[in-house]
Each structure stands twice: as C-alpha cells, then as structure tokens.
Write a protein that binds this ligand. Structure first.
Ligand SMILES: NC(=O)C1=CN([C@@H]2O[C@H](COP(=O)(O)OP(=O)(O)OC[C@H]3O[C@@H](n4cnc5c(N)ncnc54)[C@H](OP(=O)(O)O)[C@@H]3O)[C@@H](O)[C@H]2O)C=CC1
Ligand SMILES: [Mg+2]
Length: 432
C-alpha cells in the first residue's frame, strides 16, 4: 500500500522577504522538454490501465453521453439514491467494488508517466509551502488537505468561454496528467474536488490504487450534460488516504435554499485518524455560481452550516470545510461562515501580512465578458480545535501570465489550496 511520504524537515525552512518561512516543494518539477531527436517516452501503462479498469462505470458514462436529455434523469435518479439530508453510516456504497482488486501504484511511476505525456509542455509552476507554526511541532504527522476546483472537462471545452486559452491546452489526455501531477506533487492526505466529471474513468481508479478511498456526489442537473460528447455530470469528490484514516460516517447532502432543493451538493465525512484515534469532520462543496445569486448562495451556505452543526454535534467534532463558494469575502455567505457558532476561520487568511485578509485571487480567467479575477475558494477550519501549520502559496501574476488560466502550464481556472493541519490541544487522556 502506498505510504504517505515524509514531509520536508524543518532544516529545509527558508525565510523570504515577507518574513514567512517557505518550504520548497519536493523535487517534482518537470524536466525541460527533451530535444526534438529524443526518443519518445514509453506508452502510459498506468494511465491506460486506469481507464480500462473502470470499464463498467465508463461504459455507463458512455451510454449516458449518448442519451441526450435522458442523461439528466438517469443521473438525477443516481443522485437521489446517494442523497441523504443527514449523516448516515452507509459507507458500503461509497467505495467502488473495483478498488479492492486493483494493484497499488507507485506514485513515482505514475508521475513519470504523467511527465512523459506532458513532455512537450512548459514546466509546471513552482509553489512553496509557507510555514505557519507558532509553537512546538505535534507528535503526530500533520493532516494535509487539498481544495481544488479542477474544471470539468465538458465545461472547459463547451461552456466556460476561456477565450485566451488555446483548445489544445484543454485536451483531456494531457490536462488530466497536469491535474494528477499537481496532486502527486503535494501528496494530500485528503483531497476535496469540485467540477469532477471524470470520477469513474480516471480519478477513482487511479487514486484508489494510490491508497485513497473516494466518494463522488454528482450535481442533480449538471450543466456538463448539455455539452455534446460529455462524460457524465460533474460533482464534488472527496478522497482520503486509507492508511491514515478510517471512515466513521458519511453524508451526501443536496443543498437547499429557503427549503427548496437546489442543484448544488456537498459531501461531509467524519474520519478517525489511525495514529491518534482523534476524529474530525471534512466537508466539500461547490455553491451556485454567477452574479445575481448572492442570496441563493447565502441560503445554501446556511443549509450547509446547519447540516454541519448536526454532523459535528454542535462543533464538538473538529471540522474542515473546503469549497468553491463562488463568493467573494464581501458576500453574505462568507460572513455566515466567518461568524458561525461552529467557530470557523479561513485558513488562507494566514498567508496575509495581518492574518486577516483573504488572498487577492483564487481564480483568474478571461471570458468573452472580460477578465475575471476573484477569491472564491476557501478552506475553513475549527479555530478552537485545529491549527494550520503550513499553507501552499498561490501563483503570482507573473507565473499565471497574460492569458491567465487555464493554460498549458496549469489545468484549471481555479488554483489548488493546500494546508497542513494539526490538532491544537491534547485530549484529556493525553492523545493528540
Ligand atoms: N435539464 C433541466 O431540466 C435543467 C437543467 N439545468 C442545467 O443546469 C445548469 C445550471 O446549473 P447550476 O448548477 O445552477 O450552474 P452554476 O450557475 O452554478 O454554474 C455551473 C458552472 O458554470 C461555471 N460558470 C460560472 N460562471 C460562468 C460563466 N460566466 N460562463 C460560463 N460558465 C460559468 C461555474 O464554474 P465556477 O464555479 O468555476 O465559476 C460552474 O461550474 C444550466 O446550465 C442547465 O444546463 C438546470 C435546471 C434544470
Ligand atoms: Mg468552473
């Protein structure tokens, strides 16, 4: 089974001009493209095997793709089957039966395959972890959480109108390798994704072979289904490393707004750390997009908070909430989260000089309507029970470049957010 690699040791800590210590990310930068005469790399064995291994699910997706309007009904039915409004201990339908029968993958081997596929692309961007520790290190390894709207393939190619992004940069066979490379570079213990429309044929088979247990909750009326040659609906996905956590409880939540069911979803799971036996709740969501829907998002946020109140027994269980909230920090839904009795704080504020400001952007793209630079993605955490020990810095404007995102270097219009968490206090019995 794949073991989570050791984090960089404190000897590697560096201080930059801002006074924050930066940890260079592990040596996973893509090599410069080989000269034209270089032999072609070996064919991507693991990547190909992943697609083949998910045969049943994939053929389901294919059937769905060719079904036109019927697709929405089929997936809506599926979503309803998986939907529950409160926590329910039914993990049996969260794990694909395939997962247990697949051989583990060496992450280095998969990374090499991704690099081989990507050898004609420019090198990936360098991002460093900022050390945010204020006290002695915990005796347990931190919990690394990645939040990322990976951009649904059908939306990127069919609806998003990224007018400065060449269509070749969006080719799935390469873009999926850029996404995998990003995940393999930061090696999260928990991965919270939005706009996943290649769960069954790509992420579930590959990530399960890397040791993750995954859950997918599609949007009931995914806009992907309106795109020709779509790969099924997009939705939220949550993965955690099975060698670090045990699933205690899982809830797929279809969000409501003023009691009406909406098209937005969340997944909330209670996990138990195998090292410390400490439990915590992790949730992922993707709220309604676009201007004019601020009150709707606010209502969805209230519904999510209410569900999380129940799941955490009124904040007794520490909580981490990851999401594309589609809301700037000035919006009501942000304020609800910041002032909730769940006692949440937004982790990326810690990267600002005063610790009080969100980053200037988490998404940056150019549509027909013009440039869209916004802060919409957040990692919220229980500030009484958890502390953030490091966070991955964001890409600079220079790295993002004049054509913004997505690009040949970066696969999504949203940046990934990555944080390391530790429990802040010892439990009465001495456990951390
Ligand atoms: N068949 C039926 O009966 C019904 C179908 N539908 C379908 O659902 C869709 C709406 O779904 P809903 O979940 O509310 O969608 P949202 O408004 O939340 O947006 C869907 C996606 O569009 C992206 N997006 C945001 N802004 C723009 C923009 N300006 N241009 C293009 N894309 C953008 C969002 O990405 P990001 O989060 O990254 O910003 C998001 O992933 C409709 O398009 C319709 O196809 C809906 C109801 C009924
Ligand atoms: Mg989007």
């Amino acid at each position: 089974m794949y073991q989570s690699p050791r984090r960089l040791c404190s000897a590697l800590l560096q201080r930059d001009a801002s006074g924050l210590r930066r940890l260079p990310t592990p040596g996973l930068r893509r090599q410069s493209p080989p000269p034209a005469a270089a032999p072609r790399p070996a064919s991507p064995r693991l990547l190909a095997a992943a697609s083949a291994a998910s045969g049943a699910a994939r053929s389901c997706s294919r059937t769905v793709s060719s079904m036109g309007n019927g697709t929405t009904r089929l997936y809506s039915a599926l979503a309803k089957t998986l939907n529950s409004s409160a926590a329910s201990p039914h993990p049996e339908y969260l794990v694909s039966p395939d997962a247990e029968h697949l051989e583990p993958i060496d992450p280095k081997e998969l990374l090499e395959e991704c690099r081989a596929v990507l050898h004609t692309r420019p090198p990936r961007f360098q991002r460093d972890f900022v050390d945010l520790r204020t006290d002695c290190p915990s005796s347990h390894p931190p919990i690394r959480v990645m939040q990322w709207n990976i951009l649904a393939q059908a939306l990127g190619e069919g609806k998003d109108n990224f007018v400065q992004c060449p269509v070749e940069a969006l080719k799935w066979e390469e873009r999926k390798c850029l996404i995998l490379e990003e995940i393999l570079a930061y090696q999260p213990d928990i991965l919270c994704l939005q706009e996943v429309d290649h769960y069954f044929d790509t992420f579930q088979p590959l990530l399960s072979r890397l040791g993750y247990q995954g859950t997918f909750f599609p949007k009931p009326w995914s806009p992907c289904l309106d795109v020709e040659h779509n790969n099924g609906p997009d939705g939220c996905a949550l993965f955690f490393l099975q060698n670090r956590f045990k699933l205690v409880n899982s809830a797929n939540i279809r969000l409501t707004a003023m009691t009406l069911k909406t098209n937005q979803v969340a997944i909330a799971q209670t996990l138990e750390c195998k090292e410390s036996s400490r439990q915590f709740c992790i949730a992922v969501t993707h709220l309604k997009a676009r201007p004019g829907w601020e009150r709707f998002r606010s209502a969805q946020g209230c519904d999510l908070l209410q569900n999380l109140q129940n799941i955490t027994h009124g904040a007794k269980v520490p909580l981490i909430v990851c999401g594309d909230f589609n809301a700037e920090p000035t919006e009501e839904v942000y304020k609800h989260f910041a002032s909730s009795s769940l006692n949440l704080s937004s982790a990326y504020k810690l990267l600002s000089a005063d610790g009080q400001s969100e980053p200037p952007y988490t998404t940056w793209k150019i549509r027909t309507s013009g440039e869209c630079r916004h802060t919409l993605d957040y990692i919220w955490y229980s500030k009484h029970a958890l502390r953030v020990t490091s966070a991955l810095d964001l890409l600079t404007e220079e790295q993002i470049g004049p054509n913004r995102l997505p690009s040949f270097n970066y696969p999504s219009d949203h940046l990934s957010l990555v944080c390391d968490f530790s429990f802040s206090e010892e439990e009465p019995d001495g456990r951390l």
